[in-house]
Design a protein around this ligand. Structure first.
Ligand code: NAD
Length: 251
């Protein structure tokens, strides 16, 4: 198994891509903790993984809170004994808006979850990874953290760009301690986050036109990349960007 005896924490793991990663990691032998604001979904998923023979716990977590991050990482180590892998996956989308129509509150809300949440998670995890003798941090950015687009929002794009560079900074600062950090850049994926835009025929058509492979990606297609970065198979990779976007940024 590719994650035999490793301990992983996945933020935003109650649904969507994070949930897919939790199932895959557990099937590959990891002990998994998922942290999310969605308690019911999170507890249900942890139970489902347990029934399938995996090891998974749910921990309530709002990624904007430093205290909650510290408690969640401490609870993970208390339960499973160590921390090897952190997937900073929790995130929110934002309505398509021009810069001049975006309020400071809109900006702060998305930056707090998508960018500060990754910083706080990384900060809480590093001391435990150091104790474990190394680790792998996987930060979920977006193809919109690499290129601009006319129908997103300034704060979403800025937050995902911030995740990209925070990843490189983390990678360089902790490489000598065996702690790796890489970012993942999914294109449009079939998850609850894109439900609204997929249901809007016109928006959906515009999005699909922009994807060279001509379709949305499935959560499994991202989770497989995240699994690779989490495992020792990617042991010489740090500070890199794994783009899983159906060709969006190749154009
Ligand atoms: P999703 O909405 O299905 O899942 C996101 C999860 O994050 C949810 O479980 C949600 O409750 C959790 N979350 C939100 N705010 C939180 C907070 N403050 N504290 C803790 N948890 C919180 O979305 P998804 O598509 O699975 O997105 C996962 C990640 O992938 C996000 O960072 C998203 O920006 C990114 N992404 C998504 C797409 C896409 O097309 N779906 C594309 C590129 C990047």
């Amino acid at each position: 198994m590719r994650l035999e005896s490793k301990v992983a924490f996945i933020s935003g793991g109650a649904r969507g891509m994070g949930a897919c990663e939790a199932r895959l990691f557990a099937a590959e032998g990891a002990m998994v903790a998922i942290g999310d604001v969605l308690e019911e979904e999170g507890r249900r998923l942890a139970a489902e993984i347990g029934e399938a023979g995996g090891e998974c716990i749910f921990l309530p977590l709002d990624v904007t809170s430093q205290d909650q991050w510290e408690n969640a990482i401490a609870a993970t180590v208390l339960k499973f004994g160590r921390l090897d892998i952190l997937v900073n996956n929790a995130g929110v989308g934002a309505r398509n808006m021009l810069v001049e129509n975006t309020s400071a509150e809109d900006w702060d809300q998305v930056m707090d979850i998508n960018a500060k949440g990754v910083f706080l998670g990384t900060k809480a995890a590093i001391p435990e990874m150091r104790k474990a003798g190394g680790g792998s941090i996987i930060n979920i950015s977006s193809q919109l953290g690499l290129v601009g687009v006319d129908n997103s929002s300034p704060q979403y794009q800025a937050s995902k760009g911030a995740v990209r560079l925070l990843t490189k900074s983390t990678a360089i600062q902790y490489a000598r301690e065996g702690i790796r950090a890489n970012s993942v850049h999914p294109g449009p994926i079939v998850t609850p986050m894109t439900e609204g835009s997929r249901a809007d025929t016109q928006r959906n058509e515009v999005t699909i036109q922009r994807i060279p492979l001509g379709r949305y990606g499935e959560p499994e297609e991202v989770a497989n990349g995240v699994l690779f970065l989490a495992s020792d198979e990617s042991s010489f990779m740090t500070g890199s960007e794994l783009v899983i976007d159906g060709g969006w940024t190749a154009q």
